[in-house]
Design a protein around this ligand. Structure first.
Ligand code: MG
Length: 312
């Protein structure tokens, strides 16, 4: 309560009474079970707020209200909870979103794993046209906003106590400002999807299925840092399957693609600029084809099963 201040919450009633900014809203929910609770580049609290903010942003919406629920295992130090909750409050403030309702449950020792957090949020849709898989058109350029795979590799390496020469930090971040900037500059955004569980391969595979079109991707255009590349080689992962928490793919018509890249570049903080990685094809087998340097094509599959458990 002291961390999450908002008028609806301060009323301490059974539910938050809120006014919706418009009748066009997006509504999303997600649960977070990441282990460990603190990792290089973030913590479960920042991850939880950014996760829902990003899902709303992907719908072309500005988040307005959030609900949060905590399932706490008996014995979790109150100091640890305090740190996480204050990180959530700070992330919510940065994203101009209010936490208006919530719940806390405690389960017996051994019946939980430290802390699980569920967040739901609603946001005002501000995009002029419909942003979603059904708006993807043949000829659309596919842009990724930065280097992929850092979140998954960072959490795994930290959890397993693996030491790589350069430490890899999670990409955990809000995508709201860059999405806002794209929309405010009248970029005709057809679709966006954040690269969370299953990484780039899952996002593209699902969108190809949902849009009904093939995608053609060039492997060498996908930005991947050297440390992530070598960590993936050592651990036997394909970087396209590794989760990110601050990366998304954006589908725009060719005419807007350079301007979109330029806008997204102003948000890159890692030295890896956004990149055009491929195009939407008019063929309708719903396949994602990825070509390597010498032009050999293979099919990029949606990763099935849990490649990296407890990553988000
Ligand atoms: Mg998402």
């Amino acid at each position: 309560m002291p961390h999450f201040q908002s008028d609806p919450l301060d009323e301490r009633h059974d539910g938050a009474k809120i006014s919706l900014p418009s009748s066009k809203i997006a509504f999303s929910t997600d649960s977070f079970v990441i282990n460990p609770l603190f990792f290089p580049g973030g913590d479960i609290g920042k991850l939880a707020i950014c996760g829902v903010v990003n899902d709303l942003a992907m719908c072309g919406a500005l988040p307005t209200y959030l609900s949060v629920a905590f399932i706490i295992e008996e014995g979790l130090p109150i100091e640890t909870l305090g740190k996480i909750v204050s990180s959530m409050a700070a992330t919510a403030r940065e994203n101009h979103v209010q936490i208006v309702t919530g719940d806390t449950k405690v389960v017996e020792k051994g019946k939980g794993d430290g802390l699980y957090i569920s967040v739901a949020g609603i946001g005002q849709i501000v995009s002029k046209s419909d942003v979603g898989p059904k708006s993807i058109n043949p000829g659309d350029v596919i842009i990724v906003n930065g280097d992929i795979g850092r979140h998954g590799i960072s959490v795994l390496a930290f959890r397993e106590g693996m030491d790589f020469e350069t430490s890899i930090e999670s990409d955990c971040a809000s995508l709201l400002e860059q999405v806002k900037c794209l929309l405010e500059n009248n970029i005709e955004v057809h679709c966006m999807r954040d690269l969370t569980r299953g990484g780039l391969a899952a996002a593209l595979g699902e969108l190809s299925q949902q849009s009904g079109f093939n995608f053609e991707i060039s492997e060498e255009l996908i930005p991947i840092s050297e440390p992530v590349k070598s960590a993936c080689e050592i651990m036997g992962f394909d970087p396209v399957n590794v989760a990110c928490e601050g990366r998304f793919v954006c589908f725009v018509p060719e005419k807007d693609s350079s301007k979109a890249l330029e806008i997204m570049s102003t948000f890159s903080s890692t030295g890896f600029n956004p990149a055009k990685i491929g195009k939407v094809d008019s063929q309708t087998q719903k396949l994602v084809k990825i070509a390597n340097k010498i032009g050999t094509q293979r099919i990029m599959e949606i990763p099935y099963g849990e490649l990296l458990p407890r990553i988000c």
